[in-house]
Design a protein around this ligand. Structure first.
Ligand code: 4NP
Length: 151
């Protein structure tokens, strides 16, 4: 069982998109039984709120539902609970280390490390470009699934 937690600032745009894209890829690959996938926020700003409508619409364009997901904050216990904690940008990684008390087991990574083109997933809350988020998230999740299947 591989346990993956995607993390961003609000948990209403990027990390839920990654959560539900990854769940879709895993389901298509017939590997649902082998994965536990979730997402969380480094802030409490959006706690309890559903996925932001433009992010929800972008997923729906690709036949992916995120119904029922509400934002929840990352907590220290998540570090033991998950095998991989995957942030969207460098600020996320710094906050994740602060909340979890470091990364002694090397579980924290940036999503785009797996896309083969290092970088950060820009925050669509500020850019408004949900198509760019979709492309980054899909490439990152595809690369992540490939890396786990080949490991
Ligand atoms: P996300 O986008 O980190 O991709 O979920 C954001 C959503 C909300 C806020 C910031 C970023 N906010 O400040 O409320």
């Amino acid at each position: 069982m591989k346990k993956i937690l995607f993390v961003c600032l609000g948990n209403i745009c990027r990390s839920p998109m990654a959560e539900f894209v990854m769940k879709d890829l895993v389901r298509r690959a017939g590997l649902e039984d082998q994965f536990q996938i979730a997402s969380a926020a480094t802030s409490r700003e959006e706690e309890g709120n559903p996925v932001y409508p433009p992010a929800r619409r972008k997923l729906a364009e690709h036949g992916i539902s995120c119904a029922g997901k509400t934002a929840r904050p990352l907590c220290r216990a998540d570090y033991d609970q998950y095998d991989l904690l995957i942030g969207m940008d460098n600020a996320n990684l710094r906050s994740m280390e602060r909340i979890c008390g470091g990364d002694s087991q090397g579980k924290m990574h940036l999503l785009l490390e797996y896309a083969g083109r290092p970088g950060q997933v820009a925050d669509p809350w500020y850019t408004g470009d949900f198509e760019a988020t979709w492309r980054d998230v899909l490439e990152g999740c595809q690369g992540l699934l490939d890396s786990l299947q080949n490991s």
